[in-house]
Design a protein around this ligand. Structure first.
Ligand code: SAM
Length: 237
């Protein structure tokens, strides 16, 4: 059975227009024709069945014929904070974290971070998240933000579980197997954390956790911790 193509739009109307990147993808890559079925997503968590009614210059028009809630979203809010990584490693983390179901991704700068971020890179990360969300059939795209370490910690104030992957933790201060509810996860960049940063996280209510006896690459640590938490939250059933 052919996959029904999915498109994110700003808002849904009975006649919804695909424009910009979504238009280019629909018209030039997928070569959609009038009568083709599509699914439209407005980021609310709903899926809208629609039919292409007109393919024009610069826009594709879709008629909405039905609506249903998505069953693909994670039941708990999971926010991943990751230090900015070199090369395309941050993109890898954004892609995998989106597939795993996180609701927010915050890339942060910290003392031993050597990668930088700018508006173009941030937009690229948002695009990676959108493409990953479509590919894994999600109905929402995690928001990707960039901020400094202290602001990133403060952004997790309301989360029920605050977990800090600490490469120098002797033992874990919380049992990942027993967590339930919303989770904020922190993983450092290639350079790791300073003792002061780890203490700052603890003072902000984060529990240090060990990811085992081996030191993982930052991207491995981010994906592994997110996977473990999703498993504990029952998302793999
Ligand atoms: N430069 C650091 C060092 O030499 O110890 C290693 C940093 S590691 C590549 C990047 C991040 O992954 C760490 O800041 C931490 O968040 C996480 N991490 C990697 N291995 C870990 C482990 N065994 N336990 C807890 N966190 C780990």
């Amino acid at each position: 059975m052919a996959t029904v193509r999915r498109f994110f739009v700003q808002s849904i109307a009975r006649e919804t227009v695909l424009s910009g990147d979504e238009y280019s993808h629909a018209k030039n890559v997928l070569r959609l024709q009038e009568g083709d079925e599509v699914v439209l997503l407005d980021g609310s968590g709903a899926e809208y069945d629609a039919v292409v009614s007109h393919v024009g210059k610069g826009e594709v028009l879709c008629s909405v014929v039905g609506q249903r809630p998505s069953d693909k979203e994670c039941r708990a809010n999971v926010r991943l904070l990751v230090g900015a990584l070199k090369g395309d490693k941050t993109e890898l983390v954004v892609q995998k974290a989106t597939e795993l179901g996180v609701s927010h991704i915050c890339v942060f700068s910290s003392r031993f971070c050597s990668a930088y971020m700018n508006e173009n890179k941030l937009q690229r990360l948002q695009k990676v998240a959108r493409e990953a969300a479509k590919q894994c059939l999600r109905a929402t795209v995690p928001a990707v933000e960039y901020m400094d370490f202290s602001a990133a910690l403060a952004s997790c104030r309301d989360y029920e579980n605050k977990i800090f992957a600490c490469e120098f933790a002797q033992k874990s201060e919380t049992d990942l197997k027993k967590i339930a509810g919303s989770c904020a996860l922190v993983v450092g960049s290639e350079g790791g954390f300073s003792q002061e940063e780890a203490e700052e996280a603890r003072a902000a209510g984060f529990a240090w956790v060990s990811l085992g006896r081996r030191i993982l690459r930052a991207e491995t640590a981010a994906i592994a911790l997110t996977s473990a938490v999703m498993f504990s939250l029952g998302e793999w059933q």
